[in-house]
Design a protein around this ligand. Structure first.
Ligand SMILES: Nc1ncnc2c1ncn2[C@@H]1O[C@H](COP(=O)(O)OP(=O)(O)O)[C@@H](O)[C@H]1O
Ligand SMILES: Nc1ccn([C@@H]2O[C@H](COP(=O)(O)OP(=O)(O)O)[C@@H](O)[C@H]2O)c(=O)n1
Length: 291
């Protein structure tokens, strides 16, 4: 992996405060709006020869060589943020506009449960408890997905979620992320979104029941539909709170690790979806698809 070189001609600015910031974190809040979070300040010659601090703009693409995918050289962006911060929503937008392949660690784990794999029950129990699944399981799924896919640009969403995830991924795959996209959002807002994600109106249930009666399959189909409509097993208030705790205790340190390497690009994820995507677009501009 190629870390962006630190300019030799000037001392680095003091480290930026740890990323922050949500009310539920005890950490110091960072007032910046975001996309330059973690970018190192470089000294530049200003007017009249004065030296000014200016954020370094990252325009170069960082491509990783020598990894577990054999000859295949891939660009990996880790997409991190609390549960419900909007990672999946924005990943879909990035896929559409910038040609990345979206690999959601959570989706891969849920697919593994459905596949009837021997790890299925263990994964299901961990997800219900909001706990982090052992790294070797998740890394194997990510690796298989990257090998299977012909693309060379991957958004890895919801991973690495703790220090073990991070260190194991780097050791096993030898891949370093080009950068880490961090969606910063308050706990209150994330909670609202997650509870909303699971919300299905009574009217929908009545409609589905009516449809089942129409096609005369109530007995078998309706319970199945109810299970599908229930949404995610972990989007209930009890598990949501546990996931927040895990995020603060285990995932924020990973973001801090990458921030110390100037790899974190922080987004204010509390804004409406289109506004968040405007900020995301600015970061992904160097990866724009050739027209
Ligand atoms: N910026 C936003 N403002 C309001 N709602 C949002 C925003 N981004 C996502 N959502 C909604 O919040 C819920 C969680 O978003 P999602 O992308 O699934 O989050 P994550 O992948 O981080 O868990 C979804 O119902 C989504 O439609
Ligand atoms: N790297 C990961 C990612 C997810 N998971 C599990 O999958 C659950 C859901 O993760 P997710 O990324 O789909 O969803 P959000 O919690 O971000 O909304 C987590 O709470 C963990 O139990 C994991 O164990 N390891």
């Amino acid at each position: 992996a190629t870390d962006r070189p630190t300019p030799q001609h000037a001392p680095r600015a003091p480290p930026t405060p740890p990323c922050d910031p949500s009310p539920w974190s005890r950490r110091r809040a960072d007032p910046s709006t975001g996309i330059r979070f973690g970018a190192q300040l470089v000294r530049r010659r200003g007017a009249m020869g004065t030296v000014v601090d200016a954020p370094a703009v990252v325009t170069e693409k960082e491509v990783v060589a020598e990894n577990m995918l054999g000859d295949k050289k891939v660009t990996v962006v880790f997409v991190l943020g609390g549960p419900g911060s909007g990672k999946g929503t924005q990943c879909s937008n990035i896929v559409e506009h910038f040609g990345f392949t979206h690999l959601s660690a959570g989706d891969l784990l849920r697919a593994e449960i459905k596949s009837g794999s021997e790890n299925g029950t263990m994964i299901e129990n961990m997800i219900k408890e909001g706990k982090i699944v052992p790294s070797e399981v998740t890394i194997k799924l990510l690796q298989q997905a990257m090998i299977k896919n012909e693309n060379d640009k991957f958004l890895i969403d919801g991973f690495p979620r703790n220090e073990e995830n991070r260190a194991a991924f780097e050791n096993v795959t030898k891949i370093s992320p080009a950068f880490v996209l961090f969606f910063n959002c308050s706990e209150e807002e994330m909670e609202r979104r997650l509870l909303g994600r699971n919300e299905v109106s009574f009217f929908t249930y009545v409609l589905m029941f009516g449809l089942c009666i129409l096609i005369k399959t109530t007995l078998f189909l309706f319970p199945t539909i109810c299970i599908i409509l229930q949404g995610r097993v972990d989007d209930n208030i009890e598990t949501i709170r546990k996931r927040f705790k895990v995020f603060v205790e285990s995932s924020l340190p990973v973001i801090e690790y990458y921030d110390a390497k100037d790899k974190v690009k922080k987004i204010d994820a509390a804004k409406p979806i289109p506004e968040v995507f405007e900020d995301v677009k600015a970061i992904f501009a160097p990866y724009a698809k050739a027209t």
